[in-house]
Design a protein around this ligand. Structure first.
Ligand SMILES: *Cc1c(COP(=O)(O)O)cnc(C)c1O
Length: 384
């Protein structure tokens, strides 16, 4: 607080500002693609647009095999089944509920391991300590586009005979030292939900490294049907349809421009909070390309003199609706909190971080002035 430099209170936005806004192609472009769908009278089941989207994504992401699916949660479930995971799988509590739910839904017990305080992703040493004779795999999450310590986790898994699946819902287009995130683990899931940078309204994908895994996902996503007379495995319905694929193809055309616009907004947030005690934007190392999914502020209550929940609540008066991703932790949900691994003493870093994070509005249409006004409001609330 510096009364000598007191500023007039910032003004509220005239309409609600949410944390994101979906990219929408010009409607006429969408109807043009739909005309082809109408002509072909082919709405789903590996249609032309779905196949086109897979080829375009393989090129954009630099990933050898992309299988598009109905949504990201289904993608996780299919990956778990593809590699016959069972028993226990080690995962992070600092994620969206779909991550542990995917495990639970296929009869696997999630075992929570703590995160690293710098990267906010699974700590490889915590993973190692959580391994039991029942462990079959690791499900890491590239939180806010920050890749897990993939080298360490992949090496550990190879040594201990475990499978590795990455939840890359925040990491569309992320590269590590120029390599696609799809180059690590056994499979990487992507979500194409409307709240994600790249989306198909609802949708998702698996990035696979081996053609035989790709072939197995093709079976699993379509009821396990190989041909008219052979159903070779109990698959599910996890297909993407042509209307989703049309949306995806057009949104993909806009992604690069949107990433550039978002990068400018993050630069503004970073600069505006640089000198503020207790406020810090989560940043990726130079070796990682930013997927521009979230702009996350960490608020250390002791240093900032204000806690995260106060900032979150008081921003609403300015018509700014930030989100506390990820709070509460998944391990704090009633369905999981009695698991031994969910004990607070097992997850001290995740607990502390989950009480500091605040995802700020982050979409190109916000504009640079919008980002400055949001920074003004946060600094005002923090008395800085
Ligand atoms: C969005 C998200 C999911 C779920 O993806 P859906 O496509 O909505 O099913 C899973 N994990 C994380 C980390 C997410 O952010």
């Amino acid at each position: 607080m510096n009364p000598g430099r007191a500023q007039p209170a910032p003004t509220a936005f005239s309409a609600p500002i949410h944390v994101t806004r979906p990219l929408l192609p010009p409607l006429s472009d969408y109807t043009e693609l739909l005309e082809g769908v109408w002509q072909r009278q082919w709405l789903t089941n590996n249609g032309e647009l779905t196949q086109q989207l897979e080829r375009r994504l393989e090129a954009y992401l630099g990933a050898p095999h992309v299988a598009v699916l109905g949504n990201g949660t289904l993608a996780l479930q299919l990956a778990l089944r593809c590699f016959d995971l069972a028993g226990e799988v080690i995962t992070t509590p600092f994620t969206f509920p779909a991550t542990p739910h995917a495990l639970d839904s296929v009869g696997i017990v999630p075992v929570f391991a703590d995160i690293d305080p710098q990267t906010l992703t699974l700590s490889p040493s915590a993973v190692e300590q959580a391994i039991t004779p029942r462990t079959s795999g690791v499900l890491g999450v590239h939180v806010y586009g920050m890749p897990c310590d993939v080298e360490a986790i992949d090496a550990l898994a190879a040594r201990r005979g475990l499978r590795v699946i990455y939840d890359g819902a925040h990491a569309f287009g992320a590269r590590i030292g120029g390599r696609s995130i799809g180059d690590f683990g056994d499979a990487t899931m992507l979500s194409f939900h409307a709240t994600k940078l790249f989306h198909s309204a609802e949708g998702g994908a698996l990035l696979l490294r081996r053609p035989e895994d790709r072939a197995r996902i093709d079976l699993l996503r379509n009821f396990g049907i190989r041909d008219e007379v052979s159903v070779v495995t109990p698959g599910v319905n996890a297909k993407m349809n042509e209307l989703q694929a049309a949306m995806g193809l057009l949104v993909l055309d806009q992604v690069e421009q949107e990433r550039a616009a978002r990068a400018r907004l993050k630069a503004i947030y970073t600069e505006r909070f640089a000198a503020a005690p207790g406020l810090r934007m989560f940043a990726l190392p130079d070796s990682v390309s930013d997927s521009n999914q979230y702009a996350v502020l960490l608020i250390d209550a002791d240093e900032a003199g204000v806690d995260r929940d106060t900032v979150y609540e008081r921003l609403k008066a300015f018509n700014i609706f930030s989100r506390r991703y990820f709070y509460p932790l998944c391990s704090e949900a009633p369905h999981y909190r009695d698991l031994p691994s969910a004990a607070p003493a097992n997850l001290p870093v995740a607990r502390r971080i989950s009480r500091q994070v605040l995802a700020l509005p982050y979409f190109g249409a916000l504009g640079e002035e919008g980002a400055h006004r949001i920074a003004d409001a946060v600094l005002h609330i923090a008395g800085q």
